[in-house]
Design a protein around this ligand. Structure first.
Ligand code: FE
Length: 281
């Protein structure tokens, strides 16, 4: 077994999206800051409704998947297919935009805390123009496992370590993504196997973590070097983090806002389709 080290730290930057939702963007803050097939990771976290109340009114996506994970607060998704989804604490929405989806994501509260994540995960060229699909995963359907000094919520892929495996709520072919939400007590250790060759990173959202002897601060994405296992330590305070890994696509990426394709011509087609009302037809 070879250990994955902390190879590169991408701090999150303040950003604003939708109709003015304040958030922190790490991956995706610039187009160079991707970790194939991961395109973007946003954390939103505020107790001030002015930071989130405007929400994300109707907007399109094409060519990839969006994963929303709520920690606190309530959001409602509505899309052109007629789906409505209510997301509350601990819930996940996995939306495969593929050929196209037009949706809104609006807060269902006027006060209190709103906290969660949105991840953009690329699709291979052969799946970018397939029909859109959508899935809500209520918190009670997300497998959880205890370990000495913490617990892990297995959202996608699986958690493997020491010849044990806990299957996650979501399995996706091709990129085979793993998404874990790890809660560590003070001074404890978490271990996970990650297939060699998969791109992996951790994002600490409470406390801080140590990986391979290096500190990964809060609100930063820590890209991991290659290997087939990772060991993460918490410090004197407890730590909460997301751990992600997936198989890289190694395809060209051309992105224009919410459209992520392989060529410039495909982006122009997406813009034309959106203008003509056929993006999601
Ligand atoms: Fe969206």
């Amino acid at each position: 077994m070879s250990e994955r080290e902390l190879a590169n730290v991408i701090p999150s930057m303040p950003a604003s999206d939708g109709a003015g939702v304040k958030l922190r963007r790490s991956l995706g803050a610039t187009q160079a800051l991707r970790h194939d097939p991961f395109l973007m990771l946003d954390e939103f976290f505020s107790d001030n409704p002015d930071d989130y109340i405007a929400g994300f009114p109707s907007h399109p996506h094409r060519g990839f998947e969006t994963v929303t994970y709520m920690l606190d607060g309530r959001m409602q998704h509505k899309d052109h297919l007629g789906n409505t989804g209510d997301l509350g604490p601990g819930d996940v929405q996995w939306m495969t935009a593929a050929r196209g989806i037009i949706h809104s994501e609006m807060p269902q509260q006027t006060e209190g805390r709103m906290r969660g994540f949105q991840l953009w995960l690329n699709l291979p060229s052969g799946q970018k123009m397939q029909p859109a699909s959508y899935r809500d995963i209520p918190t009670g359907d997300i497998p959880e496992a205890e370990f000495a000094g913490g617990r892990v919520r297995v959202i996608a892929g699986g958690w493997s370590h020491a010849d044990q495996r806990v299957e996650g709520a979501v399995r996706r072919a091709t990129t085979d993504p793993m998404l874990l939400d790890v809660h560590l007590d003070a001074g404890s250790r978490f271990e996970a196997d990650i297939p060699a060759g998969h791109n992996a990173f951790a994002y600490v959202y409470e406390g801080e973590a140590t990986i391979g002897g290096k500190v990964l601060p809060r609100r930063a994405a820590g890209l991991l070097g290659d290997g087939d296992r990772v060991e993460i330590l918490s410090e004197s305070d407890g730590t909460r983090l997301l751990l992600l890994a997936a198989k890289p696509l190694n395809e060209p990426i051309v992105q224009y806002g919410p459209f992520v394709m392989n060529t410039r011509e495909e982006i122009e087609q997406a813009l034309a389709d959106y203008r003509d009302g056929t993006l999601a037809a």
